[in-house]
Design a protein around this ligand. Structure first.
Ligand code: PRP
Ligand code: URA
Length: 205
């Protein structure tokens, strides 16, 4: 499973401010948008293309256009903070939702919602800002595969080595795009140095 870690200086700058505990929800949402936009571009760099013949005002040329549609599937709730950039740069993108919530004591994710468009034949991008134990990510990939997704990528803002290993074992063919690969998980399964609870910081809860 290839792991792609963002190397753009804007990503590094944005991550520092996302990690800063004094960053308030309004700025946190803006920063989430900015880094998700960079990740959206990286995760779609290898999209399948096909020829299309068009008329310019001067002559006929064969250009290139997307060969298949795109779907983005955020893992609720924090993944919602990564969807808007996909909709802004890919106006025809379909959006599906997988609701998963980690138990505060066991850190095991519980499924509470699922609404997916048809995913067969689409490039499906599963987005979740935090890849911690990897439990939520692996479960979400199971769900979208069961719904027909085959051409899949997983995008997160911060990954832990433990989470990457879990995804690699469960879904070895799915490339992972991360804004950063952090050091480790703490005893409560939070990422270190990380940025705390992404959903709480995004929504001010
Ligand atoms: C967070 C985060 C991921 C999950 C990652 O969500 O957004 O979905 O934890 O942890 P894992 O890799 O150990 O499964 P959380 O369950 O806190 O729900 P929320 O998005 O509603 O805040
Ligand atoms: N979920 C988060 O929001 N942050 C972590 O560090 C781990 C899981």
């Amino acid at each position: 499973m290839p792991l792609h870690v963002l190397s753009h200086p804007l990503g590094t700058h944005v991550l520092t401010h996302l990690r800063d505990k004094t960053t308030k929800p309004a700025l946190f949402r803006t920063l989430s948008y900015q880094i998700s936009l960079l990740l959206a571009l990286e995760a779609t760099r290898d999209l399948a293309m096909e020829d299309k013949t068009i008329e310019t005002p001067l002559e006929t040329i064969t250009g290139r256009v997307f060969a298949k549609p795109l779907a983005v599937v955020p893992i609720l709730r924090a993944g919602l903070g990564m969807v808007q950039p996909f909709q802004d740069i890919f106006p025809d993108v379909s959006v599906g939702y997988v609701g998963l919530e980690r138990d505060h004591t066991t850190a095991v994710a519980r499924s509470y919602y699922c609404k997916l468009p048809p995913l067969e034949g689409k490039r499906t991008v599963v987005v979740d800002p935090m890849l911690a134990t990897g439990g939520s990510g692996a479960q979400a990939l199971d769900v979208v595969k069961a719904a027909g997704a085959k051409d899949l990528v997983f995008v997160c803002i911060v990954a832990s080595p433990e989470g990457v290993a879990v995804l690699k074992a469960a879904h070895p063919e799915v490339p992972v795009y991360a804004g950063a690969l952090d050091r480790e998980l703490n005893a409560k399964k939070y990422i270190l140095p990380g940025l705390g609870d992404f959903g709480d910081r995004l929504y001010g809860t």
